[in-house]
Design a binder for this molecule. Structure first.
Ligand code: DGT
Ligand code: CA
Ligand code: CA
Length: 475
């Protein structure tokens, strides 16, 4: 099992413990351990082979958790998780993703109505039966119906970061097979979309077909969905993500990469243009109109070049005008990670971050940044140990005294000041004035009617010290 999967089991169990109303300190310890494991550079499964002591060295993992980890490594689950899953069906975990529904409500709905699925919950709301349960009302029913609609839109898709991690794990795994020359992600993952429906991998090399068997033999495959001579599909890992692997001959690898990178809209437009120019374009290559002479196929660049245009970065391939731009040499230069000169939003251990100011400065310098702004939470976020006016002023003073030359990076003093319900700022202006930069963010009362929320934000923007509006969409 990969660390990511072990971490997920622990997180899931912590969620179930929360639904069961168990000891908050134990729940915290599971979550902390999950975070530590996910971050840990070595494979936990490998470490465990050397005995329990090898994992108790990791901060956040004591003897009790080490035993749990050994049990997970041995049989893929552990006693406490099994016990909770007997009590609550696994679908209850999905209910936690519905905004507005906490673990206590989920437990109550299950105990009183035996409902543990999203469809069941939706029905309860539609039948106005949720409001009959203690501490629930008509307003909550409406809110939950909205949350369910929102959840369904994004359900089944992975965040780009998660898909990227899974894909690189698989790329490394498949590349280890002899006779495999290249393994590349295509599809929405290669286009850098925010979410990814399924992962598409392309393989080439004289033994590319062998990669299909190796893929299906991967220990994290949970369900094989099919295998043909040049394609295999399976559900993968605890997330159940679909992965499609295609084995391709080198001569058409570029054309296939172009085709399977998509988007579909980009492909349709490109194919129409090819036809207009007297070609035929498919995943097998760019051919003359008769379909028998291969014009381009081995490299993606050649396909675009033969169509009279510059190679188009995958991130632009959505048929939003990129084909016309490429044909007339007007493609924009994309912003790369290396273009980022600094970061204006970061928390430290002063509030709910984990590292100190000095550690953040060192990390910023290592990334090649010229500056960072430290912007911890303000006092309204008491749970995050937000700063009050006194601490803000002391912090601004501390930053002024820093020896920036020896830090090797410019550090600015800042705050992520909470915007109150009425649009006023959480801190007095004197304190805000002492800082280099002020971010204002909404963290509460997210469900106001649009006009009220707009009024609230406009009032916040009137504050003369506010320079940046934080996470305006609430994400
Ligand atoms: P996803 O998986 O929903 O995040 O989005 P994609 O873009 O990865 O879509 P997917 O996995 O269904 O297909 C991968 C690529 O294959 C897609 O971007 C373009 C190409 N493709 C798939 N179906 C068609 C089709 O019917 N026509 C054309 N022209 N291309 C297609
Ligand atoms: Ca895909
Ligand atoms: Ca696919």
């Amino acid at each position: 099992m990969e660390n990511r999967e072990i971490a997920r089991l622990l997180e899931e169990t912590a969620d179930l413990m929360e639904i069961a109303g168990e000891n908050p300190f134990r729940i915290r310890s599971y979550r902390n351990a999950a975070a530590a494991i996910e971050r840990h550079p070595e494979r936990i499964a490998g470490l465990l082979a050397g005995g329990a002591e090898s994992v108790t060295r990791i901060p956040g993992i004591g003897k009790g958790l080490a035993a749990v980890l050994q049990e997970i490594a041995a049989r893929g689950s552990f006693e406490q998780r099994d016990r909770l899953l007997e009590k609550y069906p696994p679908t209850a975990l999905e209910l936690l993703k519905i905004q507005g529904l906490g673990p206590k409500s989920i437990a109550s709905i299950w105990e009183r109505r035996r409902v543990s699925t999203i469809d069941g919950l939706e029905q309860l709301c539609r039948d106005h039966k949720l409001r009959m349960l203690p501490r629930m009302g008509a307003k909550l029913e409406e809110k939950i119906l909205r949350s369910i609609a929102h959840y369904r839109q994004s359900a089944g898709r992975l965040l780009l970061s998660q898909a990227g991690e899974l894909a690189s794990e698989l790329v490394a795994y498949l590349s280890a097979e002899k006779g495999i020359k290249r393994v590349l992600p295509a599809g929405s993952l290669r286009r850098g979309k925010e979410t990814v429906g399924d992962i598409d991998l392309l393989v080439t090399g004289e033994r590319a077909e062998a990669a299909l068997d190796r893929f299906l033999a991967h220990p994290s495959v949970t369900e094989a969905l099919g295998k043909g001579p040049s394609k295999a599909s399976a559900r993968f890992g605890t997330e159940g993500v679909q992965v499609d692997v295609r084995a391709l001959p080198a001569a058409s690898f570029g054309a296939a990469l172009q085709y399977f990178t998509g988007s579909k809209e980009h492909n349709v437009a490109l194919r129409a243009l090819a036809v207009k120019k007297g070609f035929k374009l498919s995943e097998y290559g760019l051919f003359g109109a008769a379909g028998d002479t291969l014009v381009a196929g081995a490299a993606e660049e050649d396909v675009y070049a033969a169509l009279g245009m510059a190679w188009i970065p995958p991130e632009l391939r959505e048929n939003w005008g990129e084909i016309e731009a490429a044909a007339s040499g007007r493609l924009p230069r994309l912003i790369e990670l290396a273009d980022i000169r600094g970061d204006f939003h970061m928390h430290t251990a002063e509030s709910d971050g984990q590292a100190s100011l000095e550690e953040m400065a060192a990390a910023g310098r290592a990334l090649g940044y010229e500056y960072i702004a430290i912007t911890d939470h303000s006092k309204a976020l008491a749970m995050a140990n937000g700063l009050d006016e006194k601490r803000v002023i002391a912090f601004a003073e501390r930053v002024r005294r820093l020896d920036h030359a020896s830090l090797g990076i410019r550090v600015l003093s800042g705050i992520e000041c909470d915007i109150r319900k009425d649009g006023s700022m959480d801190l007095e202006e004197d304190a805000l004035a002492a800082l280099d930069i002020v971010i204002g963010s909404v963290h509460s009362h997210m469900n106001m009617p649009a006009s009220e929320m707009t009024g609230r934000l406009l009032r916040a923007l009137e504050c003369p010290y506010l320079r940046i509006l934080g996470h305006p969409t609430g994400r």
